[in-house]
Design a protein around this ligand. Structure first.
Ligand SMILES: [Zn+2]
Ligand SMILES: [Zn+2]
Length: 346
């Protein structure tokens, strides 16, 4: 089968690989029907994910059909359409029991697929802990609608949830890339007064506007974000900030635009160290929540999708066969042709 493989820092390529086999009773084999490229794949390619193992098939955002299951798998069966979770987790350890599945203590726990073990930019995948990692897709939800369930929408859903958004709040989302757009989509579930989208890429702001994902749009390279937020909130600042940009300046913008006692969610993945200037922010009493998504709400996300409350498919700007993956990687990395997300068919 054809597969996109991480070869080591700076190098990915298409390779011919053998079909995967079940290894444990809790595994399933999934035939991939639609797969995506994520910004994290670029982070791996650039060598900024130290735990990524060279020789691994990339891809942690895909949907498919269950081909075969191990003896102990109970929640899915062969022939079922499923969304695959970016995180595989045991469901039993200290962290899993508390819903902190990103830190599952099993060696295959957390983000393993397409990073430490073979992932989904290929035709067939062995998925560990299938009971937790696979969620059946409701009949009325298409593959395209379900494609981002396990990663991007999970990230947006998690960020909005831990942001503790209340009805009537002003929510600032930094970054109108795929993760930021999903965060806006999920923030809307809490009925805030307004969602403010900020990005220095005008075309991305325009995309968010066209899709109706935010109410206000700010380019912080042209307008003071802090001032703009104050204007909309009687001088207070944003009630909740979700930082999904990961840019040079975006961490600073995030806490500066927040009102005192706000929750600032850092969902971005930085390639450089960030400064936390505590003297400067003293007295603002901010609450920072950081890290990688705890992706254990796929069922809720698919239900919301079935009810038309989430529309992840609106992010798909490009469709191509998996065979064209290298060209799509190039477009994605250089942000050409207005690409937000590509859906690849094996
Ligand atoms: Zn991802
Ligand atoms: Zn666990």
């Amino acid at each position: 089968m054809q597969a996109v493989v991480y070869r080591g820092k700076g190098e990915i390529c298409m390779e011919d690989r053998p079909l995967p086999q079940l290894e444990k009773d809790t595994d399933a084999i999934v035939r991939v029907t639609l797969t995506a490229i994520c910004t994290s794949d670029l982070h791996i390619k650039n060598g900024s994910v130290p735990r990524a193992v060279p020789g691994t098939i990339l891809g942690h955002e895909f949907v498919g059909v269950v081909e075969e299951t191990g003896r102990k798998v109970k929640s899915v069966h062969a022939g079922q359409r499923v969304a695959v979770n970016v995180e595989t987790f045991c469901g039993e350890c200290f962290f899993c029991k508390r819903g902190f599945v990103n830190n599952c203590q099993d060696e295959n726990g957390g983000w393993a697929l397409g990073c430490r073990i073979d992932g989904g930019q290929t035709e067939y995948v062995r998925v560990p802990f299938a009971d937790q990692a696979l969620t059946p897709i409701p009949d009325q939800v298409t593959d395209e609608q379900a494609l981002f369930t396990g990663d991007l929408l999970s990230t947006g859903y998690w960020a909005a949830k831990i942001g503790e958004i209340r009805q009537g709040d002003t929510v600032l989302v930094l970054g109108a890339g795929p993760a930021g757009l999903c965060a806006m989509m999920c923030a809307a579930l809490y009925r805030p007064a307004r969602i403010v989208a900020a990005d220095i890429d005008r075309s991305r702001l325009e995309f968010a506007r066209k899709q109706g994902l935010a109410d206000e749009f700010v380019d912080p390279s042209e307008v003071s974000l802090t001032e703009a937020l104050r204007e909309w909130t009687q001088g207070r600042g944003a009630d909740v900030v979700i930082e999904a940009a990961g840019g040079k300046d975006s961490f600073r913008l995030a806490w500066q635009a927040a009102r005192p006692n706000a929750v600032v969610v850092i969902a971005a993945m930085y390639e450089e160290e960030q400064i936390l200037p505590l003297p400067e922010m003293y007295g603002k009493n901010l609450i920072f929540k950081t890290g990688g998504v705890d992706a254990c709400n796929c069922r809720e996300i698919l239900e919301l999708t079935a009810r038309g409350k989430l529309k992840g498919e609106c992010l798909i700007t490009h469709r191509a066969p998996l065979a064209d993956a290298m060209e799509i990687y190039r477009l994605f990395e250089n942000k050409e042709e207005g690409i937000i997300k590509a859906a690849l068919t094996p």
